[in-house]
Write a protein that binds this ligand. Structure first.
Ligand code: SF4
Length: 217
């Protein structure tokens, strides 16, 4: 158990130092498509009331390992900084034609998105907004999402959309965020993803629920 304790302690310590570094005070496309209130609080550097637990942190670790492995196999630009005055992100893979993002998914999610009748744009809408934003700024005509099944990394699938098909959605996302920010107005408590279960995974759940409870009082 000593090894497990050491891993746990180190994983938590790494996350804590990352939290401090991570708060650049800008919008991050990796959070596009999520609840606007969540995005607003993240940009405001609000202290999370519900940080990820050790199990989730280890899943992130596995995702990082897969991400690094895929990048190491590709002969193109990687981790390309994408920056605007109020936004920063890093594109996973960039070549002359496309920007691609690498996503690790559970076996269950992999099967779900691999089915022939899956509407991948709707199903992975936040991911498309993210990679589409990078492609718009980097002026690449195509976007790709590359999914790796964490249960069996031999199982992968990839999808492609024209960047143009995402422009309106990206503009709407950014203009909504900018409107709230310039007015310094807290967005409403409206989860937008994870099949209506976004609050369960939100770092501000306790704070938000307390605020909404107070409103009802
Ligand atoms: S708890 Fe739900 S409604 Fe509140 S900020 Fe988080 S995702 Fe949005």
């Amino acid at each position: 158990m000593q090894i497990q304790k050491t891993i746990n302690d180190k994983t938590i310590a790494e996350q804590e130092s990352r939290n401090v570094e991570d708060r650049g005070g800008l919008w991050t496309p990796s959070r596009f498509g999520r609840c606007f209130r969540f995005q607003y609080w993240t940009r405001s550097k609000e202290e999370p009331t519900n940080p990820p637990d050790i199990s989730a942190l280890k899943r992130f670790k596995l995702g990082n390992l897969i991400h690094n492995w895929v990048q190491s196999q590709m002969d193109c630009e990687k981790e390309v900084e994408v920056k605007l005055e109020d936004l920063i992100g890093y594109a996973d893979l960039v070549d002359e034609e496309y920007v691609a993002d690498i996503k690790s998914v559970s076996d269950w999610a992999y099967k779900y998105i691999s089915r022939p009748d899956c509407d991948i744009k709707a199903e992975k809408y936040p991911n498309w907004l993210q990679v589409g934003c990078y492609a718009v700024i980097l002026k690449r005509p195509k976007t790709k999402l590359f999914f790796v099944n964490t249960k069996d990394i031999h199982k992968t699938c990839e999808f492609e959309l024209e960047t143009l098909s995402l422009v309106d959605d990206i503009n709407k996302e950014l203009s909504t965020l900018r409107d709230y920010w310039s007015a310094q107005k807290l967005p409403p408590a409206q989860p937008r993803c994870y099949g209506g279960k976004e609050c369960n995974y939100c770092a501000y759940m306790d704070k938000c629920f307390a605020l909404e409870g107070d409103k009802d009082a």
